[in-house]
Design a protein around this ligand. Structure first.
Ligand code: ADP
Ligand code: ADP
Ligand code: ZN
Length: 215
């Protein structure tokens, strides 16, 4: 299965991606995670990306398309993949189509998680993640067993620097302007599957699984 998972910031893409990758045994490719990793390592690409991420803006298409193209060419993607946070612009979607065509493959389904804006703001403002293993928690909706510590590895939980109120609002605006036009793009191709993300994560997950089983 070659799957794209879409939705505004905080919709639950990463949370649901964990379920999907285990069910279908496919790699989870998150451009946001890749950029954060590059920032942490201090690579030239990371330094470039950080300027945009800090302002809630999109990293330029050229940079983003390049890293995804390289990642999709790796061996573990040959039996399928789950793309999270990419594409985010029409140019990226067209580039993905080109890559798939070159590889003689196609996208099987595009999952779109919908959540009202006021809930998205709450999700982003309470999101924390493990400094070591990256596991994502929410201070109110899914807190760790011990405050400030990861359930899996006991490492410290940290907040993303772009999850502050101002940058979160900017990211929502960027989503509405630059990413939401992709919904029509994939609807026209018959690939779009809308899922109500404003429910218990397990219910959201079972809806996604049901729609993928039909794909
Ligand atoms: P995205 O990858 O789309 O930005 P995440 O999966 O990181 O979203 O989720 C954003 C925040 O909301 C996290 O703190 C996560 O724990 C929480 N969250 C995710 N799904 C749900 C849900 N269905 N109900 C309540 N909180 C959720
Ligand atoms: P969220 O989980 O809140 O939707 P991500 O982790 O996917 O956010 O992305 C964080 C930031 O990384 C974005 O605000 C943007 O700056 C950058 N980014 C991630 N994916 C892309 C992309 N496909 N194109 C451009 N920028 C991206
Ligand atoms: Zn951890």
């Amino acid at each position: 299965m070659n799957i794209v998972i879409m939705g505004p910031p905080g919709a639950g893409k990463g949370t649901q991606a964990e379920f999907i990758k285990n069910k279908y045994q496919i790699p989870h490719i998150s451009t946001g995670d890749m950029f954060r990793e590059a920032v942490k390592k201090g690579t030239p690409m990371g330094k470039e990306a950080q300027k945009y991420m800090n302002e809630g803006k999109l990293v330029p298409d050229q940079v983003t398309i390049g890293i995804v193209e390289d990642r999709l060419a790796e061996a573990d993607c040959q039996a399928g993949f789950l793309l999270d946070g990419f594409p985010r612009t029409i140019v990226q979607a067209q580039a993905l189509d080109g890559v798939m065509e070159k590889l003689g493959r196609k996208i099987d389904a595009v999952i779109n998680i919908t959540v009202p804006d006021n809930i998205l703001i709450q999700r982003m403002s309470g999101r924390v993640s493990c400094k070591e293993c990256g596991k994502v928690y929410h201070l109110v909706f899914s807190p760790p067993a011990v405050e400030g510590k990861c359930d899996e590895c006991s490492a410290e939980l940290i907040q993303r620097s772009d999850d502050n109120a101002e940058t979160a609002a900017k990211r929502l605006q960027v989503y509405n302007e630059q990413t939401s036009p992709l919904l029509d793009y994939y609807q026209d191709k018959g690939l779009l599957r809308n899922v109500d993300g404003d429910r218990d994560p397990k219910l959201v997950g079972s809806d996604i699984a049901a729609s993928l089983d039909k794909a």
